[in-house]
Ligand binder design. Structure first.
Ligand code: SF4
Ligand code: SF4
Length: 158
C-alpha cells in the first residue's frame, strides 16, 4: 500500500526534475544526538518493517548489531536506537561509524518523502513551483520599473 510519504517523495523527485534544482541541505549539526535515538533503517530504498529482514541484515553485516529495535512508528516501520551512543549523547565509535551515519542527513531522505526532526540543526531547502512563479513575476515587473525610473529621471532633468 502506498503511503503519504511515498507520494511526497514522488512529488519531490518530480519537482526537482522539472525545475532542475536539487534540494539543498542547510544549517549545521547541534550535536544533540537525537538522530541516533529514533532511527529508521532502509534497504534497497525501502524502510525496514520486518524483524526477520533486520536479522538477515545483521547476519550479513555484523556492524548492524549495534542497533536495537525500540518500537514501530505510525506507518509500521521499525524504529531503532544505537548502542554506540554514549551517555553524553556523543558517538563512541565516531571514526568507524557506518556510512549511513556519515552521510546523515542525506538528500535521499528528502526524496523518499522523509523529514528531519524539527529541532535538528539541519534542514532541507528546495525550490518550489511558487518560488519560480514569483521569480518570473518579479522578472516581468522589473523592466517596467526600470522604464518608470528612467522616465522619472528624464522628467526631473526638464
Ligand atoms: S554509530 Fe554513532 S553516529 Fe551512528 S547511529 Fe550509532 S551513535 Fe549515532
Ligand atoms: S538531530 Fe540533527 S542536530 Fe541533532 S545530532 Fe542529529 S544531525 Fe545533529
Amino acid at each position: 500500500m502506498f503511503s503519504l510519504r511515498y507520494f511526497t517523495g514522488l512529488f519531490r523527485r518530480f519537482r526537482s526534475r522539472v525545475l532542475r534544482r536539487e534540494v539543498e541541505i542547510i544549517g549545521q549539526c547541534k550535536l544533540c544526538g537525537r538522530c541516533c535515538q529514533d532511527i529508521l533503517l532502509g534497504e534497497c530504498g525501502k524502510w525496514l518493517t520486518s524483524k526477520r529482514k533486520f536479522s538477515e541484515i545483521c547476519e550479513r553485516d555484523s556492524r548492524y548489531n549495534r542497533f536495537r529495535i525500540t518500537g514501530r512508528d505510525e506507518a509500521g516501520r521499525l524504529v531503532f536506537s544505537c548502542s554506540e551512543m554514549g551517555e553524553d549523547n556523543f558517538c563512541t565509535c565516531y571514526e568507524t561509524r557506518l556510512p549511513l551515519c556519515k552521510s546523515y542527513p542525506a538528500k535521499s531522505l528528502y526524496y523518499q518523502g522523509g523529514s528531519l526532526r524539527p529541532d535538528c540543526g539541519f534542514s532541507f531547502k528546495a525550490m518550489t513551483f511558487r518560488d519560480i512563479y514569483m521569480r518570473r513575476k518579479r522578472g516581468r515587473i522589473s523592466p517596467f520599473s526600470e522604464v518608470l525610473r528612467q522616465e522619472q529621471e528624464q522628467a526631473g532633468k526638464k
